[in-house]
Design a binder for this molecule. Structure first.
Ligand code: UD1
Ligand code: CA
Length: 457
């Protein structure tokens, strides 16, 4: 049985925020959600989140996740006390493999591979995730005997001058045999510099009970960085964005500047994808082979087909674009936009809940909402589908090969037949028959002999 306990009761005073610390975002989602994502990759039998400060808000933010248990820690008397509050919820089988892994809600990026390595390092006693730092100030130190075995952890505030010289530190993350851990937690006291119940004191008890404590190290140093302030949050965000960029570069994606790339979700790329500077990807985005994204685009929950080019300053959300299309610059695709292959959507064109068929073009200044546009349709500049009557939304249908003249309004519900042409400036209130020119326009006239007024002196 594997239990994972996530400590998330602390105040996070230095964030200077009303929002509980673990709900502050990293790459667009709460820090605690990152911890949970990595925790779940280990297939634990139970996950317990220890909440305290802002407990109700933290619980509410994760209320829809039935695999989580919450333990309340009020007031907070230290990390050992925090794990004690979860003890009653920990599952125990009867094997040597029973273990409890302790994670911190404000250390969001420990990767599952590192955690697995920590679990594997454990034999019968505990295993602690440690790091060697040039400046270990503030951290608990790993005290080893002359055989190099871990014997205990001493907190910075309790350490002797000699112990302050130890560079190997406790990251805080550890794993212990569940039954023994409960026993050790019942034996620790708060007789120390901070008057707290230290989880780290269980390390010494494991050794005393003849169960050796092993150590493992993270693959990368950013994995164990914690967030105590906005500065650290911003730094960790850059670390993580750099790491995500590095992974994409290694997969063969071109990022013109990996330092000007932000991914808040997942991005799946085919071969030879090109991404210019300043783009933000959110939710789940797929870019097929050869897709090119111009500078400063925002793409959220979208699928973009092979060979499609998205030009600068385009905003795409919950949209699907087929192969070899041309989008932007300055295009806006809103939820439900479905753009066919080889279609063009140009500057200041907004498309919502509409399909644009193969090879169709809306190149300038248009609003297309609740509309089915067939193939090879040309939509002139300034075309607007009037889909909303102030109460209800209505559909527009534009069949294949239609030509919509500039500055046309299509008052839905309305249909333009196959191959129909609408003259510029038409306000279409009735269906336009296939293959014919439909136009609504007052007659043009010229006033003979008209003279401009002259300015009064
Ligand atoms: C802890 C470790 C220290 C380690 C350091 C790494 C102990 C005694 N010390 O110190 O060895 O080097 O982390 O950052 O464990 N928390 C609770 N309830 C509490 C106290 C803390 O939920 O009563 C949570 C905090 O919200 C935080 C985590 O536990 O997520 C660590 O607490 P923190 O106060 O940062 O621990 P340190 O004193 O820094
Ligand atoms: Ca800390």
């Amino acid at each position: 049985m594997l239990n994972i306990v996530i400590l998330a009761a602390g105040l996070g005073k230095r964030m200077q925020s009303d929002l509980p610390k673990v709900l502050h975002p990293l790459a667009g989602k709460p820090m605690l959600a990152h911890v949970l994502d990595n925790a779940r990759k280990l297939n634990p039998d139970r996950i317990v989140v220890v909440v305290g400060h802002g407990a109700d808000r933290v619980k509410a933010a994760f209320a829809n996740q039935p695999d989580l248990q919450f333990a309340l820690q009020v007031p907070q008397h230290g990390t050992g006390h925090a794990v004690q509050q979860a003890a009653a919820l920990l599952l125990e089988g009867d094997t040597q493999q029973d273990a409890t892994l302790v994670l911190y809600g404000d250390v969001p990026l420990v990767q599952a591979e590192t955690l697995q390595r920590l679990l594997d390092a454990r034999n019968q006693g505990m295993a602690v995730l440690t790091e060697t730092l040039p400046d270990p100030t503030g951290y608990g130190r790993i005290v080893r005997n002359d055989k190099g075995e871990v014997v205990r952890i001493v907190e910075h505030k309790d350490a002797s001058t000699a112990e302050h010289g130890i560079n190997e530190v406790n990251t805080g993350i550890l794993v212990a045999p569940t039954g023994k851990l409960k026993d050790w937690l019942s034996r620790i006291n708060n007789d120390n510099a901070q008057g707290e119940y230290y989880l780290t004191d269980t390390v010494g008890l494991s050794v005393q009970d003849g169960l050796p404590v092993h150590a493992a190290q993270p693959s990368a140093s950013w994995e164990t960085l914690g967030v105590n302030s906005r500065v650290q949050q911003a730094q960790l965000e850059r670390n993580w964005q750099g790491e995500q960029a590095r992974r994409l570069l290694e997969q063969g994606v071109t990022l013109v500047d990996p330092a000007r790339f932000d991914l808040r979700g997942s991005l799946v790329c085919g071969r030879d994808v090109f991404i210019d500077v300043g783009c933000v990807f959110e939710g789940r985005v797929e870019l097929a082979d050869g897709v090119r994204i111009g500078p400063h685009c925002v793409v959220k929950d979208a699928v973009i087909g092979a060979g499609t080019q998205v030009d600068a300053f385009s905003h795409i959300q919950e949209a699907t674009i087929a192969d070899d299309a041309r989008i932007g610059p300055y295009a806006r695709l809103r939820p439900g936009a479905d753009i066919g292959s080889q279609a063009h959507v140009g500057n200041f064109v907004e498309i919502k809940k509409s399909t644009l068929g193969q090879g169709s073009k809306a190149n300038h200044l248009a609003y297309i909402g609740d509309t089915q546009v067939g193939a090879r349709v040309n939509i002139g500049a300034g075309t607007i589908t009037c889909n909303y009557d102030g109460v209800n939304k209505h559909q527009t249908i534009i069949e294949d090969d239609a030509f919509i003249g500039s500055d046309t309004q299509l008052v839905a519900p309305v249909k333009v037949g196959r191959g129909a042409t609408l003259g510029a400036g038409t306000t279409l209130t009735k269906d336009a028959p296939a293959g014919q020119l439909t136009i609504s326009r007052s007659q043009q006239k010229t006033i003979e002999g008209w003279v401009r007024p002259v300015k009064k002196s």
